[in-house]
Design a protein around this ligand. Structure first.
Ligand SMILES: Nc1nc2c(ncn2[C@@H]2O[C@H](COP(=O)(O)OP(=O)(O)OP(=O)(O)O)[C@@H](O)[C@H]2O)c(=O)[nH]1
Ligand SMILES: [Mg+2]
Length: 305
């Protein structure tokens, strides 16, 4: 019988190509928030895949892009730091868009950053025609040769329909070093509860937002405390969180007409938070302004970047 393997694989690519959706599907739990807007993920998120033949620690990363703000360049740095630490890199391009200069830039950087094995993945298989998928696979093959990425394998997948997800895992596990499990069974992520709560709130707020507003949002959990007046049979967690925006006009959008938008953000995220912590939650949300926080080093560090 072959030895048990364990190690790290990062998921990289341009914004919005489906990295977080893929990570969640491989892990089998929602650990990373997703949205139809680009630049959703803002930190490296570890997710665990437990198998009989090995343990894979997936690292979902922010989409690499041309930065317009200090936040953007810090996010790109997060990705570069991750490349050098993993055993395998999973490079994603979407089936429904031609490979372009953004993908080439990332592949070149990845190639010079690490000599570790790389897998080329065409995502969103369900959203493209057979002809488009074939074209994308050929483009990805050519990109690998051009940039020196030298893909170990190239595979089309769909996180939505789960097509080829097990095949992808079968390709990754043998590339990990032999060794014992690094995390106990039953754990899906090492993200702190505060971070997951803040992210669920941000995801609920992102829904339906237009133009630059998604980028202007940040969420900070101020406190998580059990309600002392509740009995042990009916516990309640009180969570206080702040949603930051950059301008007064944005504050109005997040609060909505008579508070309707804020109420909706609360009720959508509360369901996910209750599932996460396994008890009833009272969510106290406040909207605050941090002018130009995406480009202000002091504000960025206050917000955890
Ligand atoms: N049709 C289809 N849509 C998908 C699939 N995977 C992801 N998407 C959609 O693509 C959009 C972006 O998905 P994310 O997983 O947030 O993308 P990401 O690469 O993590 O984006 P950033 O965090 O911004 O870098 C969302 O609207 C997803 O629902 C898929 O397999 N099929
Ligand atoms: Mg993401």
């Amino acid at each position: 019988m072959s030895e048990f393997r364990s190690g790290f694989a990062c998921v990289v690519g341009r914004p919005n190509v489906g990295k977080s959706t893929l990570t969640n599907q491989l892990v089998g739990e929602k650990i990373a928030i997703t949205s139809k807007r680009p630049q959703t993920t803002r930190h490296a998120i570890r997710g665990l895949v437990h198998r009989i033949d090995g343990q894979l620690i997936l690292v979902d990363t922010p989409g690499v892009h041309k930065p317009k703000t200090l936040l953007g360049s810090r996010l790109n740095d997060v990705v570069r730091d991750t490349w050098s630490e993993v055993d395998v890199a999973i490079f994603c391009v979407p089936a429904d868009q031609k490979i372009g200069p953004g993908d080439k830039y990332i592949a070149q950087e990845l190639s010079s950053a690490t000599r570790k094995p790389k897998i080329g993945v065409v995502t969103k298989l369900d959203s493209a025609s057979q002809a488009d998928i074939a074209e994308r696979l050929m483009e990805l093959d050519a990109l690998g040769k051009e940039t020196g990425c030298d893909w170990k394998e190239i595979i089309p997948i769909s996180a939505k329909t789960r097509a080829n997800l097990d095949v992808l895992l079968d390709l990754i596990i043998p590339l990990l070093p032999e060794g014992p499990a690094l995390y106990p069974a039953g754990i899906f992520t090492d993200e702190p509860v505060e971070t997951m709560v803040a992210e669920f709130i941000r995801e609920a707020a992102l829904d339906d937002l237009r133009e630059e507003l998604p980028h202007s949002l940040a969420v900070v959990v101020e406190s998580i405390e059990p309600d002392e007046e509740r009995s042990a049979e009916r516990p309640l967690m009180r969570i206080r969180a702040s949603i930051y925006v950059e301008r007064d006009s944005q504050k109005g959008i997040i609060i909505g007409n008579k508070g309707s938008k804020l109420k909706e953000i609360g009720s959508i995220s509360r369901k996910q938070i209750e599932k996460l912590i396994g008890m009833q939650v009272f969510l106290d949300l406040h909207v605050k302004i941090a002018p130009e926080w995406q480009s202000d080093p002091k504000e960025l560090s206050k917000l955890g970047f």
